[in-house]
Design a protein around this ligand. Structure first.
Ligand SMILES: [Zn+2]
Length: 282
């Protein structure tokens, strides 16, 4: 694999009921950090994997029906922790971001999309078609806030399936080599959301599989502990969720040297993030 640089950081968080995250856990609220990845690729330049929350979340949930989303999910985000400001701290401006890889379209993953006006956006066809076909009024109940998507999104959108070469994979059947240079492999991880994807990358120091929300807690793939069945209400497919989880579990035991990173698992991510973006840690 071609080695690239990675930094992982948080852009806001929400509270989740611990009992929903892992069946049988206490119902006490736990922090669900909105993790994003900043990647530096020697030829493609700056790339984001997801964009976390921004204060735009508050703007787009001021009125009904989206207001119901804000009632149900307490989101905490300030200007300071938005990606745009974290990038500024290391001397980057939003226009330096040339590519944004979207794992899926839930609000905690696309909150910052509108900041990156010069970036090409990448997602799976299934994920975007699911957004297009979702009912405008009820989209919020599936975690979608369409107002977070840039107006010119269609002009800058590239479907991963249309540009990437396919590599066979023993566990997932295949992956997409996004830039056809063995630097970023994209895996289909359906279940939590339609067309959800994750990325596998290698840095000089380690190997990472960013699995987005295909599980919320590392105990899910390590011990096959499932979330509370109540989450079926807003998951795209429970059967797909379970088969994706089985594959991640198999991946983890086949490749113990790969760090599997579920977006919202604090136990995994707290040792990977730093106060300031740093591309020399991971
Ligand atoms: Zn999420």
């Amino acid at each position: 694999m071609k080695k690239i640089k990675l930094s992982l950081n948080y852009a806001g968080f929400c509270f989740a009921n611990g009992k929903h995250v892992v069946r049988g856990d206490s119902k006490k609220d736990i922090k669900f950090h909105a993790l994003f990845g900043l990647i530096y690729h020697p030829e493609k330049s700056w790339i984001l994997f997801d964009t976390g929350y921004t204060e735009r979340f508050y703007d787009v949930t001021k009125t009904y029906p989206n207001k119901i989303y804000a009632y149900a999910t307490k989101v905490i985000v300030t200007k300071d922790c938005e990606i745009k400001n974290q990038l500024q701290q290391i001397g980057l401006s939003p226009s330096d971001i040339k590519h944004v890889i979207i794992s899926h379209f839930h609000a905690d993953h696309i909150g910052g999309l509108k900041d990156f006006n010069e970036a090409t956006m990448y997602c799976s066809k299934v994920a975007y078609n699911d957004v297009l076909k979702s009912n405008d009024f009820f989209a919020f109940s599936k975690g979608l806030l369409k107002d977070l998507i840039p107006f010119d999104f269609n002009q800058r959108l590239v479907f991963i399936e249309d540009i990437a070469t396919i590599k066979t994979d023993n566990i997932f059947d295949f992956s997409y080599d996004l830039f056809n240079d063995d630097s970023i492999l994209v895996y289909n991880l359906p279940g939590h959301a339609a067309g959800q994807i994750g990325v596998y990358i290698e840095t000089q120091k380690n190997n990472y599989f960013l699995v987005s929300d295909s599980c919320w807690d590392e105990r899910a793939y390590k011990l096959m502990l499932l979330p509370n069945p109540i989450v079926k209400l807003f998951f795209d497919s429970w059967d797909d969720y379970k088969s994706t989880l089985i594959k991640i579990s198999e991946f983890s035991s086949t490749y113990p040297n790969v760090l599997i990173v579920p977006t919202h698992c604090s136990k995994t991510t707290s040792r990977l993030v730093s106060d300031k973006i740093d591309l020399n840690v991971l």
